[in-house]
Design a protein around this ligand. Structure first.
Ligand SMILES: Nc1nc2c(ncn2[C@@H]2O[C@H](COP(=O)(O)OP(=O)(O)O[C@H]3O[C@H](CO)[C@@H](O)[C@H](O)[C@@H]3O)[C@@H](O)[C@H]2O)c(=O)[nH]1
Length: 246
C-alpha cells in the first residue's frame, strides 16, 4: 500500500478516539494516523498522547484553541504533505464514517485524485441520523451542487482520500474556510483544477457518544461562502489553477 496518513480532527471526543483508532488500525494496519486536537476541554488531547506513545505510527498535533474543522484539516494536511505521505485521508473521530470502507476508498484513489465516501451516491445511505439533520444535509448538498455546478453527489461529505500532488495544488494560496464548508471549498477547488473525483458508497451512522459541533456559525459560514463563490463564478471566468501540475 502507498504511504497513507489518516487525519482525525478532534474536539471533545474522549470516548470516541480510542475506538476509532482501533477500528482504523484493524482496517488499514500500515497507515499512519495524525490526531489534530484543538485543546479539547474533556482531555481528548491527553488520550491522543497516550495512544501515540503506545502505538507506532500514531502522531498528535496540538493546537491552542478551537479553530474549526476546516482549520484543523488544513494544519493536518500541511503536516502530512511536509513529511511526504502519498495519500491523505479525512475521517471524523465519532465513528460516523466506517473505517472498514477505507480499503475500498484507497483502491479507488489509484484512479482518482479525490475519493469521497459518499452518502448520496447509489448504494450510500445514512443510519440513525435525526430526520432534521438529514434534511439539513440533503438541502445543503443540493444547494452547493446546484449553485456551484458540482458534478458530485456528496459535496459536504467528510470521509475522503486525496492524492498528495492534487492536494498540494488544491491548498496552494491557503484555505479560508474554517468550518464544515471546508469540504465544499476543497471539492470546488478540485473540480476547477481538473482533478478526477470518484465517489464510493458508504453508510454514515450517527455518533453514539459525544455531540456534534455543528452550530449556527458553521451553517452561516457555509451559506455565505457558497453564495459568494457562486456569484463570483457568474460574474467572471472561473479562477485559473493556482499552481503547476506535477
Ligand atoms: N480539531 C478540531 N476538530 C473539530 C472541530 N470541530 C469539529 N471537529 C471534529 O470534526 C469531526 C466532525 O465533527 P462533528 O461535529 O462530529 O461533525 P458532524 O456534525 O457529524 O458532521 C459531519 O457531517 C458534515 C455534513 O455532512 C460534514 O461536513 C462533516 O465533515 C462531518 O462529517 C469530529 O471528529 C469532531 O471532533 C474543531 O473546531 N477542531
Amino acid at each position: 500500500m502507498s504511504n497513507v496518513l489518516i487525519v482525525i480532527p478532534t474536539y471533545d471526543e474522549r470516548d470516541n478516539l480510542p475506538r476509532i483508532v482501533a477500528r482504523i488500525r484493524a482496517a488499514v494496519p500500515a497507515a499512519h494516523l495524525l490526531v489534530v486536537d484543538d485543546d479539547s476541554p474533556d482531555g481528548t488531547g491527553r488520550i491522543a498522547d497516550r495512544l501515540a506513545t503506545e502505538l507506532p505510527g500514531v502522531h498528535v498535533l496540538h493546537r491552542e484553541r478551537k479553530q474549526g474543522l476546516g482549520a484543523a484539516y488544513s494544519a493536518g494536511f500541511r503536516w502530512g504533505l511536509a513529511r511526504g505521505y502519498d495519500l491523505l485521508v479525512e475521517i471524523d473521530a465519532d465513528g460516523s464514517h466506517p473505517p472498514e470502507r477505507l480499503p475500498a476508498l484507497l483502491r479507488a484513489a489509484e484512479r482518482a485524485d479525490l475519493v469521497i465516501g459518499s452518502r448520496w451516491t447509489p448504494g450510500g445511505r445514512v443510519a440513525n441520523w435525526p430526520r432534521r439533520r438529514e434534511l439539513l444535509s440533503r438541502l445543503a448538498n443540493r444547494y452547493a451542487r446546484l449553485a456551484l455546478r458540482l458534478p458530485v453527489a456528496d459535496v459536504t461529505g467528510g470521509f475522503r482520500v486525496y492524492r498528495a500532488a492534487a492536494l498540494s495544488r488544491i491548498l496552494l494560496g491557503g484555505v479560508e474556510s474554517r468550518g464544515y464548508c471546508f469540504q465544499v471549498d476543497l471539492t470546488l477547488r478540485a473540480v476547477r483544477q481538473g482533478c478526477t473525483v470518484a465517489e464510493v458508497p458508504i453508510t454514515f451512522v450517527d455518533r453514539t457518544a459525544g455531540t456534534s459541533k455543528m452550530s449556527a456559525g458553521v451553517l452561516f459560514e457555509a451559506l455565505w461562502r457558497i453564495t459568494a463563490w457562486a456569484f463570483r463564478a457568474l460574474s467572471g471566468p472561473a479562477p485559473a489553477p493556482t499552481g503547476p501540475r506535477s
